[in-house]
Design a protein around this ligand. Structure first.
Ligand SMILES: *Cc1c(COP(=O)(O)O)cnc(C)c1O
Length: 378
């Protein structure tokens, strides 16, 4: 029996344990310490020297704090890309706010600028101007940030960039995560680098970072006793977890290379399979970390549906997964406003994510290749 091939599994670099041992030796076993500071610095240097990063317990927590810092309160409306993981949208509900979902466009599968503008104009006319815009870089593919930021600026609405899947991606040579008022990163177990669980909020100012750390550590006022004038959260990253992060930062560049090589592998594999297209950058403005490689299957041409392919792969213990089911199609968000046509619905219908890990072996690639060729009769 062969071993399971995963979509994306943790890939340690080697020095993670060194940083954890340092934390144990110094008894920094707490949600603060030298690894937290060091990890934040590593991220700041990687992204760009002008941002300030707050390491947190999860990407979801970072999104929640970003919304709070943007002033989102009960009854507000917040715009969110529909095609994404639910963690992009859930924090809107944590704030008691209402998500307004936006369709994707076909080039990047991310937020459609046309539908975004339509939504802002319509919601504003209805008396509820959106308080923030959450844009996502799906599977590492940068969204159309020039167009989206221009619209956000025109209507004076802050952008929160969900770059949970896009650490290492660039748009016009600028790092994803640094385009918005806030950027969000995730280090969950399946992401391009992992701390087992964790996230970060990318801020433009020290003041915004300080506020995030304040809120993330139970909002303690400056007093000798515990004094509170805000509701606080327990969202800070631990010094142990951050030690894993420091080790992972040492290998991030090579992880991006390996994921991009996996994408190239699929481009070559599907080059002579009609009806299947690999998701790639629309032009050289876009540089994806290709966290997950994805394909679109046109069953009329390919002779197979994406579901038939998924089940065939599963038979051989190869994991694959349909694209994110759009939020406006989810039972929990059925009553939320939605703007767009059916681009994301069609992507969901025909799209499949394939094994994309940086730790896949030549042998495993061979297994994937053989099975896919077999499915399409090649
Ligand atoms: C993983 C992910 C998140 C959430 O990050 P966690 O660290 O798991 O909380 C948010 N948005 C997107 C698009 C993600 O893929």
């Amino acid at each position: 029996m062969s071993n399971k091939i995963w979509l994306s599994s943790p890939h340690m670099g080697g020095n993670e344990l060194k940083y954890i041992h340092e934390a144990f030796d110094a008894n920094w076993v707490a949600p603060l310490g030298p690894n937290v500071n060091g990890f934040e610095e590593d991220l700041e240097n990687f992204l760009n020297a002008n941002v300030k990063v707050a390491a947190l317990s999860a990407g979801t927590a970072a999104l929640h704090l970003a919304l709070i810092e943007c002033g989102v309160v009960h009854g507000d409306e917040v715009i969110c890309q529909s095609m994404t993981f639910s963690a992009s949208a859930n924090p809107i509900a944590y704030c008691g706010a209402i998500p307004v979902f936006i369709d994707s466009e076909k080039d990047t599968w991310n937020m459609c600028p046309k539908a975004l503008r339509e939504a802002i104009v319509d919601r504003t006319a209805k008396g509820n101007k959106p308080k923030a815009i959450i844009v996502v870089h799906l599977y590492g593919m940068p969204a159309k940030m020039d167009e989206i930021n221009a619209i956000a600026k025109e209507f004076d609405i802050p952008v929160i960039e969900d770059a949970a899947e896009a650490l290492g991606s660039k748009y016009k040579n600028v790092a994803c995560g640094t385009f918005g008022r806030f950027g969000v990163l995730s280090f969950n177990g399946n992401k391009i680098i992992t701390t087992s669980g964790g996230g970060a909020l990318v801020c433009n100012t020290q003041e915004d970072k300080d506020k995030a750390v304040f809120l993330a550590t139970q909002a303690r006022d400056n007093a000798p006793h515990y004094q509170h004038s805000h509701i606080g959260y327990n969202y800070r990253m631990s010094n142990i977890t951050a030690g894993i992060g420091r080790g992972q930062m040492e290998v991030l560049a090579s992880r991006v290379e390996a994921r991009r090589a996996m994408n190239k592998f699929y481009q070559d594999l599907f080059a002579d399979i009609d009806g299947v297209t690999v998701f790639v950058e629309p032009n050289s403005d876009y540089y994806s970390n290709h966290w997950l490689s994805a394909i679109l299957v046109d069953p009329k041409v390919a002779g197979k549906t994406r579901e038939e392919l998924r089940l065939a792969l599963l038979e051989d213990d190869i994991e694959s997964r349909p694209l994110w089911k759009p939020m406006h199609m989810q039972p929990i968000f059925a009553n939320s406003p939605y703007y767009g046509t059916n681009v994301s619905e069609e992507l969901f219908e025909n799209g499949l994510c394939l094994p994309s890990g940086s730790n896949l072996t030549d042998e495993e690639r061979e297994r994937i290749s053989k099975k896919i060729k077999e499915v399409f009769g090649k």
